[in-house]
Write a protein that binds this ligand. Structure first.
Ligand SMILES: C[C@H](O)[C@H](O)[C@H]1CNC2=NC(N)=NC(=O)C2=N1
Length: 92
């Protein structure tokens, strides 16, 4: 899958306001009531990630989850990242 151009990335980000561009990745930071709720959210990521064969990088700090997406195989952002970001935005 082809790397997106800067202009394509900006268009996708406009449609996904919870995500920010950080280097060659997009990042979403979520805060939950507590650790259990944060982990429950992380568990919800498994199904869409496996279905897409596309996996987020995750950082968990108590009730905060940082989700970082990029296409490792391509070394940057592709449509796969924005497709998964949109699915993640639908999760609780
Ligand atoms: C072999 C396997 O299809 C690849 O390594 C997949 C798995 N999950 C992946 N996830 C992400 N984020 N980027 C990839 O390039 C990637 N590649």
């Amino acid at each position: 899958m082809a790397l997106l151009t800067a202009s394509e990335i900006q268009d996708h980000l406009t449609a996904l306001p919870n995500w920010v561009l950080e280097g060659s990745t997009i990042v979403c930071r979520r805060r939950f009531a507590d650790f259990i709720t944060a982990i429950a959210f992380v568990n919800q990521l498994v199904e869409p990630a496996e279905a897409a064969n596309h996996h987020p990088d995750l950082e968990i700090s108590y009730n905060k989850v940082t989700i970082t997406l990029s296409t490792h195989d391509e070394g940057g952002l592709t449509a796969k990242d924005f497709d998964l970001a949109a699915k993640i935005d639908q999760l609780g």
